[in-house]
Write a protein that binds this ligand. Sequence first.
Ligand code: AMP
Length: 237
Amino acid sequence: MAKQIVMLGPPGAGKGTQAKMLAEKLGVPHVSSGDIFRENLRAQTELGRHAGVYINRGELVPDDVTIAMIRERISRRDCNDGVLLDGFPRTAAQAEALDEMLSDLDKGQVVAVAEALDEMLSDLDKGQVVAVPCIIVPEDVLIERLTGRRTCRAQGHVFHIAFNPPVQAGVCDFDGSELYQREDDTVETVTNRIRVYHERTQPLIDYYQQRGVLLEIDGNRPIEAVFDGILSALTGV
Ligand code: AMP
């Protein structure tokens, strides 16, 4: 297990999009806790059914369940050279568990660091959360983005009814599957998710800020501009 990047930002900040782009650029797996929960929900696994109750209310899934899931995922081989975590940790308990996991996983393991990541973050320690890009977007923009979001059933491709509409309404441009509104993208649930973010995740932002690894990114810009902002913040680390 090598260097870790944790992407933070409120729901709708564009974390998922940016995290995927960044993971690709760095050659490390993109591990999104929300995506894993949704896959389990679709497959109706026990984990999915359990998590679904919380997700559909806009609440956080309990820490023990979430931590066990991430522990299992990042202990797989493909994370040996690093991983980009999207949506985890979201609470102080999860952040502590992550630090523990990283030191456990490191034991006796040959650490190879993904090259691109290593170049960018050359001065920092291995086996730690070393950079935390935090995407900042005003609340009214978040609500507009989330309530207009449509997601593809087959593979989770993301569109927006106004800002990034598909060629044919309700149909995914990439695989032709149906586009749907996530149950947690309704106005009521979105408002609750943003409230939960402020309550639960703000302490984490403070925690990473104190460690000097927080990188604030203006997310109220076009996708490419935000991505450039993240890359230059990381390179400057
Ligand atoms: P996301 O796609 O990251 O917005 O996550 C969607 C939902 O999944 C959240 O509103 C939570 O209910 C749940 N979830 C995702 N990540 C976590 C986490 N780290 N801890 C607890 N719940 C989570």
